[in-house]
Write a protein that binds this ligand. Structure first.
Ligand code: GDP
Length: 331
C-alpha cells in the first residue's frame, strides 16, 4: 500500500542511477546529515518513502528509486506512482560518464509524461563541487542539449525539462530544492506579494520565508536572489536551531524548542542586520536590512504581525485545497 488514493499530498520523486547521490541529497536536505557523512551511506536497493511531513511545513515525499529499476517490472505500479507525483527530480552524476544516465532520463520522463503530463521535470546535474567553472557550464550545456534532443527525437518536444547545478557540499542543493518546491505551491504569487509589501513598508532589503527544518525557502520577494544572502540566512537558521536544541526547553513531541516566540537578531560588521522571526510552527521569516533602518524596529515588528496574519489567511483560504500545506494554525 504505497500510494493510497485520496492522498492529496504533492509528491516529489527523486530518481537517478545508483550512486548518483539521491540518498545523500535526501539526508543532507531533510535530515541534517553533514555532507562528509554521506560517504558511508549504504546503497539503496528499494523504493524508499521518506515521510518528513511531521516536522516540515511543505508536505511531500521522496521516493528513492534504485538506478537499475526496470519499467517493465510488474512489482511496481507506475501508474499510481506517477499520477500522484508533482515533480520528478532526476539526479545525474556530473563527475561520471553521463550517457547511461541520459538514456535513463529519457526513458523515465517519457514514461512519466504519458501517465501524468502535469509533472514538473527537474534535472539535477549533481556533484558539481568537483568541477571547474568552465567544465560545469560545458556539462550543463551538453546535458541540456542531449536531453532535449533525445526528447525531440521521440517526438516529445512539448516536455519541458529544468536544469540545476547542485552539490551537497554547498548551498546549491538547498537552492535547487527551493525552486522545485516553489513550483508546487499554489499560493506562491500571494506569498511573494506579501513579502514585497513587507519589504517596502519596513525598509527591508531582502526577505525569505523558510521551511525551518529543511532550509528550503518557499518564497522570497521579487528582487533577485544572490547566493551569499541566501547562505547567510541558512547559516542563521542553523545557529538558531542549534542554540534552541542546546538551551531550549523541549516538549516531548517537538523536535526542537523552536516555537511561536522564537526570534533572533544578528548584526554583521558591514552595517547589515539579519532578523529572524518565527511565523508559525514550521515557517520562519528571515530579513536582511541595513542597520540604520533597524532603528525603527517597532514599525518592523508591527508590520511583521500584519504579515503573519496575512500568511495565515492565505493558507486558510486554501485549507480546502489540501494539495500543499498543512494548516499553519496546527488544528
Ligand atoms: P544513491 O545510490 O543515488 O542514493 O547515491 P548515494 O547518496 O549513496 O551517493 C553516492 C556517493 O556520492 C556517496 O559516496 C556520496 O558521498 C557521494 N555524493 C553525493 N552527493 C555528492 C556531491 O554533491 N558531491 C560529491 N563530491 N559527492 C557526492
Amino acid at each position: 500500500d504505497i500510494v493510497t488514493s485520496g492522498d492529496q499530498k504533492p509528491r516529489i520523486l527523486l530518481m537517478g542511477l545508483r550512486r548518483s547521490g539521491k540518498s545523500s541529497i535526501q539526508k543532507v536536505v531533510f535530515h541534517k546529515m553533514s555532507p562528509n557523512e554521506t560517504l558511508f551511506l549504504e546503497s539503496t536497493n528499494k523504493i524508499v518513502k521518506d515521510d518528513i511531513n511531521n516536522s516540515s511545513f511543505v508536505q511531500f515525499q521522496i521516493w528513492d528509486f534504485p538506478g537499475q529499476i526496470d519499467f517493465f517490472d510488474s512489482n511496481f505500479d507506475y501508474d499510481m506512482i506517477f499520477s500522484g507525483c508533482g515533480a520528478l527530480i532526476f539526479v545525474i552524476d556530473a563527475q561520471d560518464d553521463y550517457m547511461e544516465a541520459l538514456n535513463k532520463l529519457n526513458v523515465t520522463v517519457t514514461k512519466a509524461y504519458k501517465i501524468n503530463s502535469n509533472i514538473k521535470f527537474e534535472v539535477f546535474i549533481h556533484k558539481v563541487d568537483g568541477l571547474g567553472d568552465d567544465f560545469k557550464m560545458e556539462s550543463q550545456r551538453d546535458i541540456h542539449q542531449r536531453a532535449t534532443d533525445d526528447l525531440n527525437d521521440s517526438g516529445l518536444d512539448q516536455i519541458h525539462l529544468s536544469f540545476h547545478l547542485t552539490s551537497i557540499y554547498d548551498h546549491s542543493i538547498f537552492e535547487a530544492f527551493s525552486k522545485v518546491v516553489q513550483k508546487l505551491i499554489p499560493q506562491l504569487p500571494a506569498l511573494e506579494n506579501l513579502l514585497n509589501i513587507l519589504n517596502t513598508n519596513s525598509a527591508i532589503e531582502k526577505s525569505f520565508l523558510f521551511d525551518v527544518v529543511s532550509k528550503i525557502y518557499i518564497a522570497t520577494d521579487s528582487t533577485p536572489v544572490d547566493m551569499q544572502s541566501y547562505e547567510l540566512c541558512c547559516d542563521m537558521i542553523d545557529v538558531v536551531i542549534d542554540v534552541s536544541w542546546i538551551y531550549g526547553i523541549r516538549e516531548e513531541q517537538d523536535p526542537a524548542a523552536f516555537d511561536e516566540q522564537s526570534f533572533s537578531l544578528i548584526k554583521l560588521n558591514n552595517g547589515t542586520v539579519l532578523y529572524l522571526r518565527e511565523v508559525n510552527k514550521f515557517l520562519a521569516l528571515v530579513c536582511i536590512l541595513r542597520e540604520d533602518n533597524f532603528d525603527h524596529k517597532g514599525i518592523i515588528d508591527y508590520n511583521f504581525l500584519c504579515f503573519q496574519n496575512a500568511i495565515q489567511q492565505v493558507f486558510e483560504l486554501r485549507s480546502k485545497n489540501l494539495l500543499t500545506m498543512t494548516n499553519p494554525l496546527g488544528s
